[in-house]
Design a protein. Structure first.
Length: 360
């Protein structure tokens, strides 16, 4: 299991004056322990797992025995405060905490429970580790991508994209097919946007009917072992009009440029720029209003941000989306999105559905 290795990597990131880190973000706790419940805290001691402590409440006694067998466990409702109160007993004089995941009121409670141990803000350390996925994580994301590919293929083959169906009908159908292929759940609320609604990047499905001649954007993903996939395809119901094909070809060219640029050590802003420059040159720069993509893993949106305001560089093992779009208000829009994993020799595309324009 990778959890002990991940905790050891976290210790290497602790500031020299911090004796332990109190982890309260549930996603980070899952990453470090495998625990999937809804209430827990984790004390990661700088000296090793022997001095570390996991805490959850009585609802998860049996579950935590199975999911966290390699750490000493404490069963108590107020888990974070309980661990803060016991930190001094384990030689902790300065206790780090995830200040980016703790409210002001919770901080006051922790400070009172930990006294006389001093608290120190230590944000973002686990997220830094989560940026680069190990091969088990990549395999989970790849499995989620394969489920999404299969569900869309089934939907199209069954005639599920046809005039007269509503956006909600299609969304429910696609999500059901993902579950049928083994997804624990959809990765996020499925977007089905038809006709003029396809020009709304985060449109929520309605009872609007699909109509012949519509652009239909499908943005969806599957959840497997806690890991998310994300894919967008845009199709046309019937024969594509000239303007639809023109916009589609432009977005496809931008998406290909973005994919090619997702190379190790590339600045995230440069990856975005590679795609954005294609759209700008095509005369639609103002109609591409969002970043090129984002990381994904245990959350559907993780660092890094591939966009003009992003920071940092792409690294081997990152799983990211490449999703440019052009949106023409009142007419329709196109977005094409893949999930890719960055490899030493270039990006590996995990979402394999064709990116050719499909006329259904």
């Amino acid at each position: 299991m990778p959890y002990a290795r991940r905790r050891e990597a976290l210790r290497a990131l602790l500031p020299a004056d911090v004796d332990a880190l109190l982890v309260t973000d549930l996603i980070n706790i899952r990453y470090l322990t495998g625990f999937t419940g809804s209430q827990a805290a984790l004390l990661v001691h700088a000296t090793g797992d022997a001095a570390s402590l996991f805490c959850t409440d009585g609802r998860y006694t049996t579950q935590s025995e199975a999911e966290v067998p390699d750490l000493e466990r404490l069963i108590q409702r107020a888990s974070a405060a309980a661990l803060a109160a016991r930190a001094g007993e384990r030689g902790v004089r300065r206790l780090g905490f995830e200040s980016d995941a703790v409210t002001v009121d919770a901080h006051l409670d922790l400070a009172a429970a930990a006294e006389p141990v001093a608290l120190e803000r230590v944000p973002g350390l686990v997220q830094r580790l989560r940026l680069v996925k190990d091969e088990a994580e990549v395999a989970a994301v790849a499995a989620a991508c394969a489920i999404a590919d299969a569900a869309l293929a089934d939907l199209v083959a069954a005639g599920g994209l046809r005039p007269g169906r509503t956006e909600r009908d299609v969304a429910y159908d696609l999500e059901s097919r993902m579950r049928g292929h083994g997804a624990a759940a959809p990765a996020f609320e499925t977007i089905i946007a038809a006709g003029a609604y396809s020009a709304v990047p985060h449109h929520r499905p309605t009872d609007a009917d699909l109509r012949g001649g519509d652009l239909v954007t499908l943005d969806f993903g599957a959840l497997v072992d806690g890991y998310h996939s994300d894919m967008t395809r845009t199709v046309v119901l019937g024969r594509a009009a000239g303007w639809q094909r023109e916009v589609y070809d432009l977005v496809a060219a931008a998406q290909a440029a973005g994919r090619r640029s997702a190379l190790p050590e590339a600045e995230v802003t440069a990856v975005d720029a590679a795609a954005r420059e294609v759209v700008v040159a095509g005369g639609h720069g103002d109609e591409f209003p969002h970043g090129l993509g984002h990381g994904l893993g245990l959350q559907i949106h993780e660092a890094p941000l591939l966009g003009p305001s992003g920071r940092g560089r792409v690294a081997v093992g990152m799983t990211v989306t490449i999703e440019p779009g052009v949106y023409l208000p009142g007419r329709g829009g196109v977005r094409i999105e893949d999930t890719v994993v960055v490899r030493a020799d270039g990006p590996q595309v995990l979402t394999c559905t064709t990116k050719e324009l499909v006329e259904v």
